[in-house]
Ligand binder design. Sequence first.
Ligand code: GLP
Length: 243
Amino acid sequence: MKIIKTADYNEMSRKAANIIAAQMILKPNSVLGLATGSSPIGTYQELVKKNVAGDIDFSDITTVNLDEYRGLPRDNDQSYYYFMNDNLFNHVNIDKERTHVPNGMVADADKECGDYEALIKELGGVDLQLLGLGHNGHIGFNEPSEEFDKVTHCVDLQESTIEANKRFFASIDDVPRQAYTMGIGTIMAAKKILVVVSGADKAEIVKKAFTGPVTPHVPASILQMHPDVTVVCDAAAYSKIEA
Ligand code: GLP
């Protein structure tokens, strides 16, 4: 695991975008695994700039997103489908047919999750997976538990996640209680993994996840076992590692 420390969120975003750009230049038909949340927004803005400048090309890129709220229509501005269009896909030369987000409106969870897992296999797997880090160590929506979930599945969100994500909704009651998410096994099968983390509120979990014991109680800790992980972390998020 390589940890790159940056001065702030903007430098984190530029460095992360450079890593994704390098992947796209070296393999123009890459399958990119993408994430939502506030952490990757700056990275997406930098990728848009590079695309507009002609330095990267999305025309042969395929994307698969990590997760989606269950029961939220795709035109709801809090759905991850909407987020991806709004923050990235609407602003770059990507073929939308090649962008994939689990469909939270499919009521049959086993079917949607099984189909999503099969799709990733059909695509030949993920070349580079971008991740954020939840305050409780979740990646995608893999919440702390007694064991690592292997494949794409339906999860009950934990109170702390509902609490953390309520800032995006009109009220806490509007936050969906379930989500479809790639499993830990799905994430670990990616050839390369890039994690972006920022802010002092993440310092404790950064230390636990990346320097502590590997345990399903801190899902991101499993990343220590992956052969090609880069964490781009701003100084505030890194501060407890140095302390
Ligand atoms: C959300 C998402 C995760 C994201 C995490 C952190 O619940 N499902 O994919 O990484 O929370 O979000 P943020 O970057 O806003 O702190």
